[in-house]
Design a protein around this ligand. Structure first.
Ligand code: C2E
Ligand code: CA
Ligand code: CA
Length: 706
């Protein structure tokens, strides 16, 4: 039960309960001891008084006995006891123990006494005895006269209980207020002690609760109370100080940790150069958007973007300019997007745009067009004014079955298609692009083995001078694949260029052409020149030159029998490299032809700065010059320009006698085309030379007959 009380009471209640209980118990104990002591003292005093009284009355009775007492006198004497409230009984005996007189106040008690064995044994001794406590009375038997020779005996019975209970009652009456007073004083003292000791403790406890709930470790407790509580409170304050310092340190570390987390998140998810989301982050975003689009049956698009000719810009202008360009491009592209669209840098010059919630591919194309248009503005970085573009591949989520890998692959394929078709363009993915991509991969994967398996061979197309002599041949490569059939160079050459295989092809072609030189020279009575086609990618490796010299020395041929054909666009793409390479080649004795002239750049100013021998005028000018006067004027202008620059002019794609005659009339130096001969294998070259010469003479015979 006490434990129940303990649980219900607070420290204040417990203290009051325990202190009150202990005070009451102590008071009771003290009171009981006092009472007991009081009773002992009282009994002793009653016994002494009784003894004295009995001795006095016995002395009085001696005189009465000396005068031969009668009953009346004795009675009178015994009435002395009337004054004593608690004398119950008094008997006077003569010397022979005969009862002479009796005084009885309450005889009933005597009856009990007579039956008491202790009393009976005392009486049986027939001798005086001192005051004795029997049952609830005190009995005294005294001799009257000399105890050795008594004249009689006086027995007095004194009530014991009544006076004791009276005295207790008196004591209680007197002491209870005192006890109560002491109790109250004790309680007041303990309460004040409580206030001094426990109240500061309770305040301290409330304070710790406040700290616990507010978590405010800067709070301090006003020190108070007795020294232990004071020390406790000071210790708690000191502890709080430590906690607060630790807490602040912790908070600072947490803050640093959070900042580190943020910067780590940024580092992990954002591109350091452009501050755009990186591949990792955009892939996660894309996954979420795809899930949402699939769930809500909406469509979305992604763009795969690649900066056109970025590598050249990097090579030509340096990486710092390249980096700046990427930053500028990112900012320009972001301007074309909605806030909910994401532009991310995947790495290098590859970007990805995620366009959620697009109604159709038409809207996606509009955004792509906006990007293309935006990038038409040249970007000024330092001293450079850069005109660049991006090739964009668009893929729609629905058409890709909301599959992230398919979607990305489709966008990538569409981007490659844009690159091939025309840089700075955008294309929406179509399934045939995938077929094209597969074929591209097949071609790329087969090139090396095709060289080893002798699947490549060269054909030669004669070049006829305006005077009718075969002055040279263009070496053109052919590929007959056992499983893909005849593959045109216009298909596999760009694939090999983009797939890093062109070096292998050029090496093989050069070796073969140089090997064939001896036979070719033997076919013609006069020295002829064999033209080989060089890709801009070939200029980037040292392999070309070493293979060339190796082959020349192996077959003991002169470089002067070789001409290098490079397209106008390839030359300008690798302007410095091309200039250096061709200068070296010219210095060694070979000549250079600028192929497909007129198809690439509108500006002709570069012609002053390059080291070439021949302008190969593109087939389209030959064909178109018969379709419109304007095109005819352009062709004439090119031929005139070539003459003025002191360059040899060669027109390709001469298919008819009409073309040939016209070109000769306009001053073209040499002609190449189906009219004279299609490209033929080496074994048919003698026949082709013969036919070409015949065809030349037919031009004029035919004219004569017309
Ligand atoms: P190209 O250098 O402009 O070569 C001329 C192309 O015109 C050849 O196509 C040739 O067969 C074709 N041709 C010649 N006469 C006529 C004609 O009268 N009419 C028409 N319509 N076409 C004519 P081919 O052999 O298919 O070569 C295509 C392109 O492939 C070449 O264009 C050249 O750029 C490239 N190529 C060919 N062989 C090689 C090579 O060994 N190395 C490199 N890098 N490229 C090569
Ligand atoms: Ca050519
Ligand atoms: Ca050409």
């Amino acid at each position: 039960m006490l434990s129940g009380v303990h649980k219900k009471l607070g420290i204040r209640g417990k203290f009051l309960f325990i202190s009150t209980l202990s005070i009451v118990l102590c008071s009771l104990a003290v009171f009981m001891v006092s009472l007991k002591e009081y009773e002992t003292i009282y009994i002793d005093s009653v016994k002494n008084n009784l003894e004295a009284l009995v001795a006095n009355v016995a002395d009085d009775l001696l005189f009465t006995f000396s005068e031969d007492p009668d009953s009346f006198i004795l009675k009178n004497k015994l009435l002395t006891f009337e004054r004593y409230e608690h004398i119950l009984y008094a008997d006077v005996y003569d010397a022979d123990w005969n009862l002479l007189e009796r005084y009885a106040k309450t005889p009933a008690k005597a009856i009990h006494l007579i039956e008491n064995p202790k009393y009976q044994s005392l009486i049986a001794q027939k001798a005086p005895f001192p005051v004795t406590h029997i049952d609830d009375v005190l009995v005294s038997m005294d001799a009257i006269g000399n105890p050795k020779f008594p004249v009689g005996y006086l027995e007095v019975i004194h009530d014991f209980n009544q006076p004791i209970s009276n005295s207790r009652h008196d004591l209680l009456i007197k002491s209870v207020p005192l006890v109560l007073l002491i109790l109250v004083i004790s309680l007041i003292i303990s309460w004040s002690m409580f206030k001094r000791i426990v109240t500061p403790l309770i305040r301290l406890s409330a304070f710790t609760q406040q700290v616990k709930h507010s978590r405010n470790y800067t709070l301090r407790h006003a020190s108070e109370g007795v020294s232990e509580v004071l020390h406790l409170s000071q210790d708690i304050n000191a502890m709080l100080e430590t906690i607060n310092q630790e807490h602040q340190l912790n908070q600072e570390q947490n803050k640093k940790l959070r900042q580190q987390q943020i910067s780590m998140f940024h580092l992990a998810n954002y591109d350091h150069l452009t501050d755009l989301p990186n591949r990792r982050y955009v892939m996660e975003t894309l996954k979420q958007y795809l899930l949402s689009a699939q769930r809500h049956h909406t469509d979305m698009a992604i763009f795969f973007l690649n900066v056109d000719r970025f590598k050249d810009i990097n090579d030509l202008m340096g990486h710092t300019i390249g980096d700046d360009l990427l930053r500028h491009l990112s900012q320009m592209m972001v301007r074309c997007l909605r806030p909910k669209d994401t532009l991310a840098r995947l790495g290098g010059d590859d970007f990805l745009v995620v366009l959620p919630d697009l109604p159709d591919s038409g809207t996606a194309k509009q955004v792509a067009q906006a990007i293309v248009d935006q990038l038409k503005t040249p970007i000024t970085i330092g001293q450079w004014e850069i005109q660049t573009s991006v090739s964009i591949g668009i893929a729609m989520a629905k058409a890709s079955d909301f599959d992230i890998d398919t979607l990305i692959s489709n966008a990538d394929i569409a981007m490659s298609h844009s690159k091939t078709v025309g840089k700075g363009s955008y294309h929406l993915f179509k399934p045939q692009m995938l077929r094209q991509k597969r074929r591209t991969l097949q071609i790329i994967n087969r090139i090396s083995t095709a060289i080893d398996n002798h699947e490549f061979f060269l054909v030669y197309q004669p070049k006829v001078s305006r005077q009718g002599a075969v002055i040279g041949f263009e070496a053109l490569i052919r590929w007959k694949s056992p499983d893909l059939g005849m593959i045109a160079p216009s298909e596999f050459i760009p694939i090999a260029e983009n797939g890093g295989k062109i070096g292998e092809i050029t090496s093989w072609m050069l070796c073969q052409a140089i090997q064939d030189l001896a036979i070719i020279q033997s076919i013609c009575a006069h020295p002829v020149i064999v033209s080989v086609n060089i890709s801009s990618k070939d200029l980037m490796t040292a392999q070309l030159e070493s293979v060339l010299h190796q082959a020349l020395s192996t077959h003991q041929q002169e470089i002067s029998h070789l001409q290098f054909e490079i397209t106008e666009s390839s030359y300008l793409e690798k302007f410095d490299l091309a200039n250096q390479f061709f200068s070296r080649m010219r210095a060694l004795g070979s000549s250079i032809a600028l192929d497909d002239f007129g198809t690439g750049y509108s500006s002709l100013s570069y012609l002053n700065r390059i080291d070439i021998d021949t302008l190969k005028i593109d087939r389209q000018f030959v064909v178109n010059s018969f379709k419109s006067d304007k095109d005819a004027a352009v062709l004439n202008a090119i031929l005139a320009l070539s003459q003025q620059l002191g360059l040899h002019s060669c027109c390709e794609g001469v298919e008819t006698a009409k073309h040939a005659r016209y070109l000769i009339e306009q001053g073209c130096d040499s002609l190449q085309g189906y009219y004279f001969s299609a490209p033929v294998p080496l074994e048919n070259l003698a026949q082709a030379v013969h036919t070409s010469v015949q065809k030349y003479y037919q031009l004029f015979i035919h004219e004569r007959y017309i």
